[in-house]
Design a protein around this ligand. Sequence first.
Ligand code: ATP
Ligand code: MG
Length: 259
Amino acid sequence: ETEVPEDHPRHASLVTRHRIEAGVEKGITSKQGLIAEGRGEAFDYLLGERTLPSADDAARAAAATLLLADRPVISVNGNVAALAPGETVELAEAVGADLEVNLFNHTDERVRRIADHLREHGADDVKGLAGDGEIPGLEHARGVVDADGIEAADVVVVPLEDGDRAAALDAMGKTEIVIDLNPGSRSPRTADVPIVDNLLRAVPNVTAHARDLADASPAELERIAAEFDADAALDAAETAIRGGSFADEAPSDGGAGPA
Ligand code: ATP
Ligand code: MG
């Protein structure tokens, strides 16, 4: 899909950029999505473009939470659809969740394009077109959801969600799993399970944990979900950003890294 050489040191990041550009060209990603991507890249760079152990714990807790859910829904926006459509469909299948297209900058046309794009990547049923439900407390256009989708869900996965909407979903009593590279952003701070990791790594990782936990008892799943400490995971990510990942690579004389 791109001409980026495999051995380029910033291969993953360049492929990601191309996918987002292609998403904008296809009319599935908004221009604001480009800005969100740039912000995400900066945080991923600071994290060392790796999955922290704390983010892996979060992914496992997310998998357990999804397997325990009665009505789990994965919210899909233009960045998610452009970056990881097939991986998102696979996660939905692995945990028995519904997919719902839910856009901050909503247009029916873009919802339809994203739903088609997800179907091209193997989704059967995609919600988000009915728009007959709402998230209370938000301006109308921002709060439109499907009544039998996000409105009725007990657990929602909201990758790259806006802070106000994450707070409004929390106020509805949803258990929220947020994927966001910025541990200081309001959305992961609102989440029951914040996964501070790149969506491209986090989504397949939650799927892998879900497959690993497929035969676990409800008691075992509940133990995994209960043992996860959201504040500790956010602190671990912030610590990594504040020097951990640079310090790992600092020269042995300690001369060049940030103080
Ligand atoms: P708020 O505090 O309201 O959430 P914000 O500055 O975080 O404000 P957003 O619109 O939520 O604004 O920004 C997009 C978020 O998505 C950023 O936190 C960014 O780090 C994150 N992000 C972008 N690309 C990715 C990605 N590929 N994987 C994970 N997170 C990403
Ligand atoms: Mg945010």
